[in-house]
Unconditional design. Structure first.
Length: 282
């Protein structure tokens, strides 16, 4: 039997949907194709041994498939992987997923990063972290007066200061990964796919990834790197008093996809407390 998975959403959604092909083949499908909704993970999805063909700019004829799974947007009450797998009829869905990387790039990147780290722990941080932060106290969150783009506290975290102070720690080597703040991931760039593939190998070579919930954190978890993310972004948008959805416990973040090695920090921590928590966990 042949199946086509038509993905939806942003980069992270494509990574989550990458968990489906293997399970479809375990249920008897002999051929599984994947249609991306965004360009950057093209090579990484192609490296999935359970995927036969990957499409980006063209849509294959549906008549050639026994089943076409057109994925739908998700809610936050269950993990994205489980939701996508359920949409594709997977009988025993799970929250975990694996992202395969380019082995040649891995072999090039890892020794270079180990050399510059000089025995220190390699910690990748997301370059646009500040865009996915909100600073608020518990009282401000309860009050729930939203300042557009700045959340219930009317401010962002001072990520520059957080990264600077972490860099001052002699046991850590901090390096930025991903695109800078303001970048639109739906813009098509000639080097978009190669940059993302390189980023995956860089994060894989690191001991830790720090940042916020999103595509890079999902990528880090998928390649097997431990993660620490600030919890205010998800709490502001999808928590019990979220501005987009209200959930007692939104199932977003690597700690919900993998049982060990992943942490979401208390959303009410001050910037100084975030620094201390990260250092203690690492």
């Amino acid at each position: 039997m042949k199946a086509l998975i038509q993905c939806v959403g942003f980069i992270g959604d494509n990574l989550f949907a990458n968990s489906v092909p293997k399970k479809l083949k375990e249920q008897g499908y002999t051929h599984v194709d994947f249609q991306l909704s965004i360009a950057q993970p093209l090579e990484l999805i192609t490296l999935n041994p359970s995927v036969d063909n990957v499409y980006l700019f063209e849509t294959p004829s549906h008549s050639t498939y026994d089943k076409v799974f057109t994925l739908q947007p998700i809610h936050r009450r269950e993990t994205p992987t489980i939701q996508f797998q359920q949409q594709c009829g997977i009988e025993e869905p799970t929250s975990d997923y694996t992202i395969n990387t380019n082995q040649a790039i891995d072999a090039y990147v890892e020794p270079l990063l180990k050399e510059v780290a000089q025995g220190r722990k390699l910690v990748a941080y997301m370059s646009n972290w500040v865009e996915k932060t909100f600073g608020f106290t518990e009282e401000e969150y309860v009050r729930g007066i939203d300042v557009p783009n700045l959340g219930y506290g009317g401010r962002r975290r001072d990520i520059e200061s957080i990264v600077t102070k972490l860099s001052d720690n002699d046991s850590l080597y901090i390096l930025p990964v991903g695109m800078p703040a303001g970048f639109n991931q739906r813009e098509i760039a000639l080097d978009g796919v190669s940059n993302y593939t390189l980023t995956a190998s860089m994060i894989k070579a690191c001991d830790w990834f720090i940042g916020a919930e999103g595509g890079l954190a999902n990528l880090a978890a998928g390649v097997g790197t431990k993660t620490i993310i600030t919890g205010d972004y998800v709490h502001q948008l999808y928590g019990w008093n979220g501005v987009i959805e209200k959930n007692k416990e939104p199932k977003l973040g690597p700690k919900y996809y993998f049982p060990e090695g992943h942490y979401t920090l208390d959303p009410y921590l001050t910037d100084e407390e975030v620094i201390n928590q990260i250092i203690n966990l690492i």
